[in-house]
Ligand binder design. Sequence first.
Ligand SMILES: *[C@@H]1O[C@H](CO)[C@@H](O)[C@H](O)[C@H]1NC(C)=O
Ligand SMILES: *[C@@H]1O[C@H](CO)[C@@H](O)[C@H](O)[C@H]1NC(C)=O
Ligand SMILES: *[C@@H]1O[C@H](CO)[C@@H](O)[C@H](O)[C@H]1NC(C)=O
Ligand SMILES: *[C@@H]1O[C@H](CO)[C@@H](O)[C@H](O)[C@H]1NC(C)=O
Ligand SMILES: *[C@@H]1O[C@H](CO)[C@@H](O)[C@H](O)[C@H]1NC(C)=O
Ligand SMILES: *[C@@H]1O[C@H](CO)[C@@H](O)[C@H](O)[C@H]1NC(C)=O
Length: 211
Amino acid sequence: GLSPHTGVVPFVALLLLQRRPVAGRALLVTGSGCPGHGLCRSNVQEQTRRQVAVLNATAQELFSLYLKCQGEPFSSETDKLCNPAGIFFPAFRVNRTSERKEVMVAMYKLFAFLNASLGNITRDQEELNPMAKELLERLHNTTKTTRGLISNLTCLLCKNYNIFQVDVRYGDSSKGKSAFKKKQQGCQVLRKYVQVIGQAARVLLPHLSPS
Ligand SMILES: *[C@@H]1O[C@H](CO)[C@@H](O)[C@H](O)[C@H]1NC(C)=O
Ligand SMILES: *[C@@H]1O[C@H](CO)[C@@H](O)[C@H](O)[C@H]1NC(C)=O
Ligand SMILES: *[C@@H]1O[C@H](CO)[C@@H](O)[C@H](O)[C@H]1NC(C)=O
Ligand SMILES: *[C@@H]1O[C@H](CO)[C@@H](O)[C@H](O)[C@H]1NC(C)=O
Ligand SMILES: *[C@@H]1O[C@H](CO)[C@@H](O)[C@H](O)[C@H]1NC(C)=O
Ligand SMILES: *[C@@H]1O[C@H](CO)[C@@H](O)[C@H](O)[C@H]1NC(C)=O
């Protein structure tokens, strides 16, 4: 028969549902199509290359500094606590032989996710480590570069492929989680980011070579 707890089940199910990563359709440009010329600067390809190279070159340092600022047990149990296996992170299955369009879309999904994740990490670190000036500065710099890159990818997607909408899957928000969970989530995301940005740089840079 019905247990007295039955009524609780839908509520629990709802909570679990809400904790799943958020899927979203990111509108690259407002409106229902790509605007005409003027969206792209002439050196957009070169800018994009440079931004990916900068992110790749600074990712490891950002992660190391982040780790240092979280203190114990993160420094001594990094492999266990920062293992990214359990978190959502956009798949990045493209390679050098993939079509350029596929590469650009995968890049967009990656950096839109990264931008949202950096927003959470920065908010958490401002709260948990307000004195970590260098870390906060690096987080802001990385966010700024990421947003510039997104705007350049937006322009390339529109101009070359008439793509103005991409389905982006975002991670879990860290809002309301414990301090430990916030630190851990940031650590997992940034560790995975170091791996994926290296791969992204290897795949993207040849696609954007000056021809
Ligand atoms: C590269 O990616 C394409 C899809 O973008 C896939 O069909 C192909 O098998 C991949 N090649 C290698 C060597 O992984
Ligand atoms: C980046 O993330 C912030 C939230 O932290 C959001 O408001 C903004 O629209 C995002 N920018 C892009 C280009 O996706
Ligand atoms: C935190 O992450 C969630 C999910 O990725 C995102 O929707 C939200 O905008 C982020 N918050 C901030 C402050 O960036
Ligand atoms: C942030 O960017 C500015 C301007 O490019 C640079 O001067 C500064 O050294 C950077 N800071 C960090 C911590 O990367
Ligand atoms: C591309 O990146 C550059 C450098 O960050 C930035 O100034 C520019 O606004 C970005 N967007 C476009 C559409 O050029
Ligand atoms: C990405 O950064 C790593 C570490 O700095 C470097 O060894 C590698 O050559 C870079 N990859 C590309 C394609 O620039």
